[in-house]
Design a protein around this ligand. Structure first.
Ligand code: ADP
Ligand code: ADP
Length: 220
Protein backbone atom coordinates (compact mmCIF):
# COMPACT_ATOMS: atom_id res chain seq x y z
CA UNK A 1 0.00 0.00 0.00
CA UNK A 2 1.55 3.22 -1.18
CA UNK A 3 1.39 6.43 0.80
CA UNK A 4 1.97 9.90 -0.59
CA UNK A 5 3.34 12.44 1.87
CA UNK A 6 3.81 16.09 1.03
CA UNK A 7 5.19 18.51 3.61
CA UNK A 8 5.21 22.29 3.53
CA UNK A 9 5.18 22.80 -0.23
CA UNK A 10 5.99 26.19 -1.72
CA UNK A 11 5.89 27.06 -5.41
CA UNK A 12 6.54 30.56 -6.77
CA UNK A 13 6.24 31.60 -10.40
CA UNK A 14 8.21 34.55 -11.69
CA UNK A 15 7.11 36.39 -14.81
CA UNK A 16 9.12 39.56 -15.37
CA UNK A 17 9.08 41.43 -12.04
CA UNK A 18 5.87 39.72 -10.93
CA UNK A 19 5.86 36.89 -8.43
CA UNK A 20 2.87 34.56 -8.02
CA UNK A 21 2.88 32.47 -4.87
CA UNK A 22 0.95 29.48 -6.17
CA UNK A 23 1.63 27.29 -3.11
CA UNK A 24 2.44 28.70 0.32
CA UNK A 25 3.12 25.92 2.79
CA UNK A 26 0.78 23.09 1.79
CA UNK A 27 1.00 19.73 3.59
CA UNK A 28 -1.01 16.67 2.68
CA UNK A 29 -0.98 12.91 3.15
CA UNK A 30 -2.89 10.52 0.92
CA UNK A 31 -3.82 7.20 2.44
CA UNK A 32 -4.83 3.95 0.73
CA UNK A 33 -8.56 3.44 0.32
CA UNK A 34 -9.39 7.12 0.59
CA UNK A 35 -10.98 9.54 -1.88
CA UNK A 36 -9.85 13.11 -1.23
CA UNK A 37 -11.53 15.89 -3.16
CA UNK A 38 -9.61 19.12 -3.75
CA UNK A 39 -11.73 22.24 -4.04
CA UNK A 40 -10.70 25.81 -4.73
CA UNK A 41 -11.45 28.63 -7.10
CA UNK A 42 -9.69 28.95 -10.38
CA UNK A 43 -6.14 30.18 -9.70
CA UNK A 44 -6.07 28.86 -6.12
CA UNK A 45 -3.17 26.49 -6.87
CA UNK A 46 -4.88 23.15 -7.52
CA UNK A 47 -3.08 22.34 -10.78
CA UNK A 48 0.25 23.42 -9.32
CA UNK A 49 -0.29 21.14 -6.31
CA UNK A 50 -1.21 18.14 -8.48
CA UNK A 51 1.84 18.72 -10.70
CA UNK A 52 4.16 18.94 -7.68
CA UNK A 53 2.67 15.79 -6.10
CA UNK A 54 3.12 13.89 -9.37
CA UNK A 55 6.70 15.07 -9.78
CA UNK A 56 5.82 16.80 -13.05
CA UNK A 57 6.80 20.06 -11.40
CA UNK A 58 9.26 20.56 -8.54
CA UNK A 59 8.33 22.64 -5.50
CA UNK A 60 10.61 25.54 -4.51
CA UNK A 61 10.29 24.45 -0.88
CA UNK A 62 9.08 21.41 1.00
CA UNK A 63 9.20 17.76 0.15
CA UNK A 64 7.13 15.04 -1.53
CA UNK A 65 7.63 11.37 -0.65
CA UNK A 66 5.94 8.44 -2.33
CA UNK A 67 6.16 4.88 -1.05
CA UNK A 68 8.86 6.03 1.37
CA UNK A 69 11.09 7.46 -1.38
CA UNK A 70 11.79 11.11 -2.03
CA UNK A 71 10.18 12.40 -5.22
CA UNK A 72 10.85 16.13 -5.05
CA UNK A 73 14.25 17.69 -5.95
CA UNK A 74 15.28 14.62 -7.82
CA UNK A 75 16.56 14.47 -11.38
CA UNK A 76 13.76 14.36 -13.97
CA UNK A 77 14.55 10.75 -14.92
CA UNK A 78 14.15 9.57 -11.35
CA UNK A 79 10.89 11.48 -10.92
CA UNK A 80 9.56 9.98 -14.15
CA UNK A 81 10.41 6.49 -12.98
CA UNK A 82 8.70 6.94 -9.60
CA UNK A 83 5.71 8.48 -11.41
CA UNK A 84 5.29 5.51 -13.74
CA UNK A 85 5.63 3.05 -10.86
CA UNK A 86 3.14 4.66 -8.47
CA UNK A 87 0.84 7.15 -10.19
CA UNK A 88 -1.96 7.58 -12.60
CA UNK A 89 -2.04 11.26 -13.53
CA UNK A 90 -4.84 13.00 -15.39
CA UNK A 91 -4.21 16.70 -15.98
CA UNK A 92 -5.99 19.45 -17.87
CA UNK A 93 -2.89 19.98 -19.96
CA UNK A 94 -3.71 16.52 -21.31
CA UNK A 95 -1.97 13.21 -20.84
CA UNK A 96 -3.09 11.90 -24.24
CA UNK A 97 -0.65 11.36 -27.11
CA UNK A 98 -2.13 13.08 -30.22
CA UNK A 99 -1.14 10.42 -32.78
CA UNK A 100 -2.48 7.47 -30.76
CA UNK A 101 -6.19 6.66 -30.67
CA UNK A 102 -8.18 6.49 -27.42
CA UNK A 103 -7.62 2.75 -26.91
CA UNK A 104 -3.89 2.87 -27.66
CA UNK A 105 -3.53 5.85 -25.32
CA UNK A 106 -5.25 3.81 -22.62
CA UNK A 107 -2.92 0.84 -23.23
CA UNK A 108 0.28 2.86 -23.48
CA UNK A 109 1.50 3.03 -19.87
CA UNK A 110 0.73 -0.64 -19.27
CA UNK A 111 2.62 -1.58 -22.42
CA UNK A 112 5.60 0.55 -21.33
CA UNK A 113 5.56 -1.18 -17.95
CA UNK A 114 5.69 -4.55 -19.71
CA UNK A 115 2.15 -5.61 -18.85
CA UNK A 116 0.92 -8.31 -21.22
CA UNK A 117 -2.75 -8.03 -20.52
CA UNK A 118 -4.07 -4.60 -21.51
CA UNK A 119 -7.73 -5.68 -21.42
CA UNK A 120 -8.43 -3.40 -18.48
CA UNK A 121 -8.18 -0.41 -20.85
CA UNK A 122 -11.23 -1.46 -22.87
CA UNK A 123 -13.17 -2.40 -19.71
CA UNK A 124 -12.57 1.06 -18.27
CA UNK A 125 -13.53 2.78 -21.53
CA UNK A 126 -16.78 0.85 -21.39
CA UNK A 127 -17.36 1.81 -17.75
CA UNK A 128 -17.11 5.54 -18.60
CA UNK A 129 -19.25 5.06 -21.72
CA UNK A 130 -16.44 5.69 -24.17
CA UNK A 131 -15.96 2.28 -25.80
CA UNK A 132 -17.63 3.51 -28.99
CA UNK A 133 -14.89 6.19 -29.30
CA UNK A 134 -11.96 3.80 -28.89
CA UNK A 135 -10.69 4.39 -32.43
CA UNK A 136 -11.01 8.17 -32.29
CA UNK A 137 -7.96 10.41 -31.97
CA UNK A 138 -7.67 13.01 -29.19
CA UNK A 139 -8.26 15.93 -31.59
CA UNK A 140 -11.63 14.41 -32.55
CA UNK A 141 -12.95 14.27 -28.97
CA UNK A 142 -15.25 16.70 -27.19
CA UNK A 143 -14.12 18.23 -23.89
CA UNK A 144 -15.99 15.67 -21.82
CA UNK A 145 -14.73 12.78 -23.94
CA UNK A 146 -11.16 14.06 -23.60
CA UNK A 147 -11.44 14.19 -19.81
CA UNK A 148 -12.79 10.62 -19.66
CA UNK A 149 -10.22 9.26 -22.12
CA UNK A 150 -7.46 10.92 -20.07
CA UNK A 151 -8.85 9.42 -16.84
CA UNK A 152 -8.91 5.94 -18.37
CA UNK A 153 -5.35 6.42 -19.66
CA UNK A 154 -4.31 7.34 -16.11
CA UNK A 155 -5.96 4.28 -14.53
CA UNK A 156 -5.63 1.39 -16.97
CA UNK A 157 -2.18 0.22 -15.81
CA UNK A 158 -3.43 -0.17 -12.23
CA UNK A 159 -1.57 2.54 -10.27
CA UNK A 160 -1.79 2.85 -6.47
CA UNK A 161 -2.32 6.62 -6.56
CA UNK A 162 -4.63 8.63 -8.79
CA UNK A 163 -4.21 12.38 -9.24
CA UNK A 164 -6.88 13.89 -11.47
CA UNK A 165 -7.82 17.43 -12.50
CA UNK A 166 -11.53 17.87 -13.30
CA UNK A 167 -12.23 14.34 -14.57
CA UNK A 168 -15.93 15.15 -14.91
CA UNK A 169 -15.50 18.42 -16.78
CA UNK A 170 -18.18 18.99 -19.42
CA UNK A 171 -20.22 15.84 -18.81
CA UNK A 172 -23.89 15.35 -17.96
CA UNK A 173 -25.04 14.00 -14.58
CA UNK A 174 -25.47 10.40 -15.80
CA UNK A 175 -21.96 10.30 -17.26
CA UNK A 176 -20.59 12.00 -14.16
CA UNK A 177 -22.01 9.18 -12.04
CA UNK A 178 -20.27 6.63 -14.27
CA UNK A 179 -16.94 8.45 -13.90
CA UNK A 180 -17.51 8.70 -10.14
CA UNK A 181 -18.27 4.96 -10.10
CA UNK A 182 -14.89 4.20 -11.67
CA UNK A 183 -13.13 6.39 -9.09
CA UNK A 184 -15.12 4.77 -6.23
CA UNK A 185 -14.15 1.30 -7.44
CA UNK A 186 -10.48 2.34 -7.62
CA UNK A 187 -10.59 3.58 -4.02
CA UNK A 188 -12.54 0.55 -2.73
CA UNK A 189 -9.76 -1.66 -4.12
CA UNK A 190 -7.26 0.19 -1.94
CA UNK A 191 -6.20 3.05 -4.21
CA UNK A 192 -5.65 6.63 -3.03
CA UNK A 193 -7.27 9.35 -5.10
CA UNK A 194 -6.89 13.12 -5.06
CA UNK A 195 -9.40 14.71 -7.39
CA UNK A 196 -9.57 18.42 -8.13
CA UNK A 197 -13.11 19.32 -9.09
CA UNK A 198 -15.76 22.02 -9.05
CA UNK A 199 -18.47 19.35 -8.90
CA UNK A 200 -20.55 19.21 -5.68
CA UNK A 201 -21.78 15.75 -6.80
CA UNK A 202 -18.24 14.41 -6.81
CA UNK A 203 -17.33 16.21 -3.57
CA UNK A 204 -20.35 14.54 -1.89
CA UNK A 205 -18.71 11.13 -2.43
CA UNK A 206 -15.39 12.10 -0.85
CA UNK A 207 -13.97 10.65 2.36
CA UNK A 208 -12.26 14.01 2.85
CA UNK A 209 -12.65 17.43 1.27
CA UNK A 210 -9.76 19.90 1.22
CA UNK A 211 -10.03 23.46 -0.02
CA UNK A 212 -7.21 25.58 -1.41
CA UNK A 213 -7.36 29.37 -1.45
CA UNK A 214 -4.48 31.51 -2.55
CA UNK A 215 -2.01 28.64 -2.23
CA UNK A 216 -2.99 27.64 1.32
CA UNK A 217 -5.51 25.33 2.99
CA UNK A 218 -8.77 27.07 3.82
CA UNK A 219 -11.41 25.78 6.21
CA UNK A 220 -13.29 23.23 4.10
P1 ADP B 1 -2.56 13.81 8.25
O1 ADP B 1 -2.34 12.60 7.40
O2 ADP B 1 -1.37 14.14 9.09
O3 ADP B 1 -3.85 13.77 8.99
P2 ADP B 1 -3.73 15.56 6.32
O4 ADP B 1 -3.40 15.23 4.92
O5 ADP B 1 -5.08 15.22 6.82
O6 ADP B 1 -2.58 15.03 7.25
O7 ADP B 1 -3.55 17.12 6.49
C1 ADP B 1 -2.29 17.67 6.22
C2 ADP B 1 -2.22 19.04 6.83
O8 ADP B 1 -3.17 19.91 6.22
C3 ADP B 1 -2.52 19.04 8.30
O9 ADP B 1 -1.57 19.89 8.92
C4 ADP B 1 -3.90 19.60 8.41
O10 ADP B 1 -4.04 20.35 9.59
C5 ADP B 1 -3.99 20.50 7.20
N1 ADP B 1 -5.36 20.53 6.71
C6 ADP B 1 -6.02 19.55 6.07
N2 ADP B 1 -7.26 19.91 5.77
C7 ADP B 1 -7.40 21.18 6.25
C8 ADP B 1 -8.46 22.10 6.26
N3 ADP B 1 -9.64 21.83 5.73
N4 ADP B 1 -8.27 23.29 6.82
C9 ADP B 1 -7.09 23.59 7.38
N5 ADP B 1 -6.04 22.76 7.39
C10 ADP B 1 -6.20 21.56 6.86
P1 ADP C 1 -5.85 26.30 -10.34
O1 ADP C 1 -5.48 24.96 -10.88
O2 ADP C 1 -6.48 26.22 -8.97
O3 ADP C 1 -6.66 27.11 -11.29
P2 ADP C 1 -3.06 27.00 -10.77
O4 ADP C 1 -2.21 26.08 -9.97
O5 ADP C 1 -3.20 26.74 -12.22
O6 ADP C 1 -4.49 27.13 -10.07
O7 ADP C 1 -2.49 28.49 -10.61
C1 ADP C 1 -2.14 29.05 -9.34
C2 ADP C 1 -1.55 30.43 -9.58
O8 ADP C 1 -0.29 30.30 -10.24
C3 ADP C 1 -2.40 31.32 -10.48
O9 ADP C 1 -2.27 32.65 -10.02
C4 ADP C 1 -1.77 31.14 -11.83
O10 ADP C 1 -1.99 32.31 -12.63
C5 ADP C 1 -0.30 30.97 -11.48
N1 ADP C 1 0.42 30.14 -12.45
C6 ADP C 1 0.16 28.85 -12.75
N2 ADP C 1 1.04 28.38 -13.65
C7 ADP C 1 1.88 29.41 -13.94
C8 ADP C 1 3.01 29.55 -14.80
N3 ADP C 1 3.47 28.53 -15.53
N4 ADP C 1 3.62 30.75 -14.83
C9 ADP C 1 3.18 31.77 -14.08
N5 ADP C 1 2.13 31.71 -13.24
C10 ADP C 1 1.48 30.53 -13.16
Amino acid sequence: MTRLEAADLYRFYHVGDDETRALRGVSLNLRPGELTVLLGRSGSGKSTLLACLAGLDDPDGGQVNVGGERLSRQPEVRRARLRARHFGVMLQSGNLIPHLNVLDNARLTGALLGQRDTGRALELLDEVDLAHRKHAYPAQLSGGETARAALVAALAHGPALLLADEPTAEVDAVTEDRVAGVIDAFVRQGGSALIATHSPRLAARADRVLRLGDGRWQDA
